[in-house]
Structures are given as C-alpha cells and as structure tokens.
Design a protein around this ligand. Structure first.
Ligand code: NAD
Ligand code: ZN
Ligand code: ZN
Length: 337
C-alpha cells in the first residue's frame, strides 16, 4: 500500500510502498478515505517533543475510512462501517484512569500516528474498541478534523468550566481554533478569537466569533479587558509561548486557562496573580471515547463544520511547509486517491 513515511526527524516524508498491516485479535483494517493534518504530525516529523515517536513512522490521527476486514474477537464493528482512528489509539482498560473514564490519561496508551502507524496511508489498522463510529450523514473529508481538532477543543471547553453566557477566548485560529470557536458558540459561550493575521481574524468572524483580534495589530489582552472585562476561560491552541502568556493575562478573576497547544516551551505563571485572582491552569489532552461521541454528534447536527481543503497524500511536504508558515485556513485533509 502507499503511505507517507517519516524516516528521520526534520527530513521530508517519503511517499512509498509499504506492507499492508496484518490484523491481530480484536483489530479492524480500515481503508482510509481521508486523514486530517494536525500540527501534532508536524511536531512528530520534527521530533519536537521530549517523548519521541517511533521511526520509521506513518503519521496521522484523523484518519477516516471504511472497515474492510475484522479480526476474531471484534463484536461491535463490521465490514462496511465507517470509522475514525484517533490519537487515543488504545489504552489498557485496567488502570485507575481507564476504570474512571479518563482513558486519555492511561500510562499504557498507544497513540495513532506517533507510537503506532497512523492514517497517512491507504490502509490503517486499529483496535475495534477504540475506533470512533462516524455518523452516516457526514462526509469523510469534512468529518476527519473532528477526530482530533474537534474532540480536543470540545473537551478543553468542557473542562474550562465556563457556563453559557460566559466570555471565552480562543488563542490560535488554526486547525484546532477554528473548530474550537464553533463548539464554543454551540455551547452558548461568547467568543473572542485571537490570531496573528487579518485572514484568520476574518475567518473567525465568518464562523461566528463575537470579537476577532489580529494580535499583531492590537494588544489582545488590553482589548479583552476593555471590551468584556476579561474572559472566564482562555483556551490556547497556538504554537507560540507568547499566545499562552497573553491567554493567561486575558482571564478575569476566578477564571481558567486551558493549555492545549504544544510548543516545546515553558509557561512562567506569576504566583501572586494566580493566588490572589483564584486562577486555574489546566492541561487538556484530546478527549475520551465518550467525548468523541459527543463531539461527533455536534457535527452530525450541523452545529460544527470544519473548513477543509482536500489535498492528495503526495503533497504532504508542501502542506507541512504551509503549516509552518501559518498559511492554512482551517484544516487540510489528505485524500488517498
Ligand atoms: P495550526 O498550525 O493549524 O494552528 C496554529 C494557529 O496558531 C495558527 O493559526 C497560527 O497563526 C496561530 N498563532 C501562532 N502564533 C500565535 C499567537 N501569538 N497568537 C495567536 N495565534 C497564534 O495548528 P493546530 O493543528 O491547530 O495545532 C495547534 C497545537 O495544538 C499544536 O501544538 C498541536 O500539537 C496541539 N494539539 C494539542 C492537542 C491536545 O490534545 N492537547 C491535540 C491536537 C493538537
Ligand atoms: Zn491532533
Ligand atoms: Zn489504562
């Protein structure tokens, strides 16, 4: 089968023929139709993070396709079902986190397109218990970004503890952020969107942001405090430290910063302000299988709709270049034809 493979960090991916995955007990084989390109895949290809991915690696954790084969032991999924293969590729099912519905914290988890091969390929296998069922009315290309960008930002908004009517700021209107702001609106929040170009600010306004700020032209922290008195929650899905600092400073007393973006960096938190203002700082990592169902339901009901550009697998290196330059509007989704 054809796949895009990382052989060495910071080198171009190779488009090559590799062996089709062989199923083990409990697994399904998926013929991939579409796979979204997450900034995490770029971090993986660069070896950016303290925990490195396997090499060689087939990236991709927003793969959507049709099940073409099931191994013994698979009960819930059948040939012909459309499923998605997410970042949470599998978990142990037995640890304290798995037992309490927090499987995204399982220390024994495997991650699609990172510790195991992912969806930048014609076929991908996964344990049936961890694939996401795709609602019938959704197009594979349009739904792919929900598998990571969608569920991650939906979960981040949930754990922020903001309530309908509260103001929420989204820092970074990229693949994650443009979907985050749609969930935020659908969940009844008022939204301030911050990015660093006019294009992204225009996109945010088009998608329903109440206030959109180009952080290069206007100080977002000052604007947020002047216009809305600070936000109850700020979600940072940008890839620069500055955005996290500004997100922190945008919060009002009693509010919450949810840390989602993953630049390999430190976030200095001022102790005095955090204590006196009763600020919460939370990390949030993708979402559980239940979060995934909920996130997909929003999409099935038309409340959230990723902006996608379909590009064939062969063009992955150009896609990564555009991503590094911040030149993507919405999400690019690879197609396998
Ligand atoms: P992306 O490249 O599509 O979007 C990043 C956006 O941030 C761009 O629009 C860019 O212009 C914007 N940005 C850059 N500097 C900014 C600044 N100073 N202020 C405001 N905006 C700024 O990336 P993505 O796919 O949306 O991923 C974003 C990050 O989230 C990556 O680090 C990725 O690894 C991480 N991620 C985390 C999780 C999780 O579970 N925590 C899940 C998926 C992705
Ligand atoms: Zn992702
Ligand atoms: Zn576990």
């Amino acid at each position: 089968m054809k796949a895009a493979v990382v052989h060495q960090f910071k080198q171009k991916l190779q488009i090559e023929e590799v062996e089709k995955p062989k199923l083990e007990y409990g697994e399904v084989l998926v013929k991939i139709e579409a796979c979204g390109v997450c900034h995490t895949d770029l971090h993986a290809a660069h070896g950016d993070w303290p925990v490195k991915p396997k090499l060689p690696l087939i990236p991709g954790h927003e793969g959507v396709g049709v099940v073409v084969e099931v191994a013994p032991g698979v009960k819930s999924i059948k040939v012909g079902d459309r499923v998605g293969i997410p970042w949470l590729y599998s978990a142990c099912g037995e640890c304290e986190y798995c037992l309490s519905g927090q499987e995204t914290l399982c220390p024994h988890q495997l991650n699609g397109g990172y510790s195991v091969d992912g969806g930048y390929a014609e076929y991908c296998k996964a344990p049936a218990d961890y694939v996401a069922r795709i609602p019938d009315n959704l197009d594979p290309v349009e739904v792919a970004p929900i598998l990571c960008a969608g569920v991650t930002t939906y979960k981040a908004l949930k754990v922020s503890n903001a309530k309908p009517g509260d103001w929420v700021a989204i820092y970074g209107i990229g693949g994650l952020g443009h979907i985050a702001l749609q969930y935020a609106k659908a969940m009844g929040f008022n939204v301030v969107a911050v990015d660093i170009s006019d294009n992204k600010a225009e996109l945010a306004t088009k998608l329903g942001a109440d206030i959109a700020i180009n952080g290069l032209k206007e100080d977002p922290v000052q604007a947020i405090h002047e216009k809305v008195g600070g936000v109850q929650a700020a979600i940072s899905v940008a890839v620069t430290k500055k955005a996290f600092e500004q997100a922190y400073q945008s919060i009002k007393r009693g509010g919450c910063l949810v840390v989602v973006g993953l630049p390999h960096d430190e976030l200095p938190i001022p102790i005095f302000d955090t204590v006196l203002n009763g600020i919460t700082v939370k990390g949030s990592i993708v979402g559980t299988r239940k979060d995934m169902q909920e996130a997909l339901n929003f999409a099935a009901q038309g409340k959230v709709r990723p902006i996608v550009e379909a590009v064939s697998l062969e063009h992955i290196n150009e896609v990564f270049e555009r991503m590094e330059k911040g030149q993507i509007n919405g999400r690019i989704v690879l197609t396998m034809q």
